[in-house]
Design a protein around this ligand. Structure first.
Ligand code: SF4
Length: 354
């Protein structure tokens, strides 16, 4: 597989919760591609749709979540070239054949993902026994020890139960298991959210090294943009189920163009540099059952104009098409005083300003 190949192609992907008239749209027409060995960060507050998106893409979504439209293609390299695997058309059995082997996911809470009654060694053993029957018992143990070493854990952790490990150690175990069968794509759903800042930083830098070493592509989900900029090549920001901004990570971080991106940046301190007072975002995420007309961020946006409350902003390509922003501020025909760079300070003016 060449460096340019997309490991994942997602087109017009939508997820609803509930059925009939009671249904709400949790993810709306999301499209993106992810290149081999690239890292895509997905950021947004709770309820923005970011976790629902990856649960849907990986077919882990459970009722009342329903995939309502879209295409999701996983391009799997093999000895005879690349095989396009249709994630949404595949049977459950076909999905099991790619899970762990080609695509794996690390969930937010390792405690709920690990069986509390099983020693860590048995969890690894089961992954290998299920997916690679050629390995002997000694080989399986040797592989598990090697994987633990990759995430900085001693071999003696294999004999422990999950409750005997710290939160950071459990999350490292989950990362090691996700990498066990060398998948081409690893999805991390807020893997460090429950951990202290020092452990978060350590795990992020370990992931950075592992990705360089093993070459897997990654989708990393978090609400913390400052963490993402350390790891991601590109960042996609979601609000109320929509992509509101997507850009090269450093460019998005250094010059956010969507007011919500700026608000997220003002919600978390940078990992490096001076300590700052965080201003956050005024108001709360919208109720999906009663979304505002026009731009769903308008009730919280200090830049909101009349048109924002009337019409949904289009996704506008900026910076020679390397950035997408869904915001009227960047549509010249609207006549807004386009702020090429938004003010670094996100001053609360909920209710909108002209
Ligand atoms: Fe939405 Fe308007 Fe604010 Fe842009 S300026 S985020 S379109 S409310």
């Amino acid at each position: 597989m060449t460096e340019q190949t997309n490991i994942l192609e997602v087109k017009d992907f939508s997820v609803n919760y509930g059925y009939g008239e009671a249904s709400v749209r949790a993810v709306s027409d999301v499209s993106f591609t992810l290149g081999t060995s690239r890292v895509l960060g997905v950021a947004g507050e709770s309820g923005s749709g970011k976790s629902t998106l990856v649960y849907g893409l990986t077919r882990l979504l459970r009722a009342p979540g329903v995939i309502s439209s879209g295409d999701v293609i996983l391009n799997i390299p093999g000895p005879d070239g690349v095989r396009s695997f249709d994630m949404l058309a595949a049977t459950e059995e076909e999905i099991r054949s790619v899970r762990w082997t080609n695509i794996s996911i690390v969930l937010q809470s390792a405690l709920s993902a690990l069986n509390p009654l099983r020693r860590i060694g048995r969890e690894f053993d089961e992954v290998f026994r299920t997916h690679d029957k050629s390995l002997s018992k000694d080989d399986r143990k040797a592989r598990a020890i090697e994987l633990l070493a990759m995430v900085g854990l001693d071999a003696n952790r294999l004999d422990r139960f999950p409750h005997e490990l710290s939160g950071g150690q459990r999350q490292r175990v989950m990362i090691a298991m996700a990498l066990a069968l060398r998948p081409e794509l690893v999805i991390m759903d807020e893997p460090t959210t429950a951990l202290d800042v020092v452990t978060q930083r350590e795990i992020v830098s370990e992931l950075y090294e592992l990705r360089k070493q093993l070459g897997f592509a990654m989708i990393f989900i978090t609400h913390d943009l400052s963490l993402l900029v350390e790891l991601a090549d590109e960042i996609m920001v979601m609000y109320a189920g929509h992509i509101v901004e997507r850009a090269v990570a450093t460019e998005l971080y250094n010059a956010p163009r969507h007011p919500y991106t700026l608000g997220l940046m003002n919600s978390f301190p940078p990992l490096h540099g001076q300590r700052e007072v965080m201003t956050g975002i005024p108001g709360s995420p919208p109720d999906l059952k009663a979304l505002p007309t026009g731009c769903t961020f308008s009730p919280r946006c200090p830049y909101a104009m009349d048109i924002c409350r009337e019409k949904v902003p289009p996704q506008l390509p900026l910076d020679n098409g390397t950035r997408l922003v869904a915001c009227w501020l960047h549509e010249p025909s609207v006549g807004a005083a386009v702020p090429v760079e938004l003010s670094k300070k996100f001053v609360s003016n909920a209710g909108g300003a002209q």
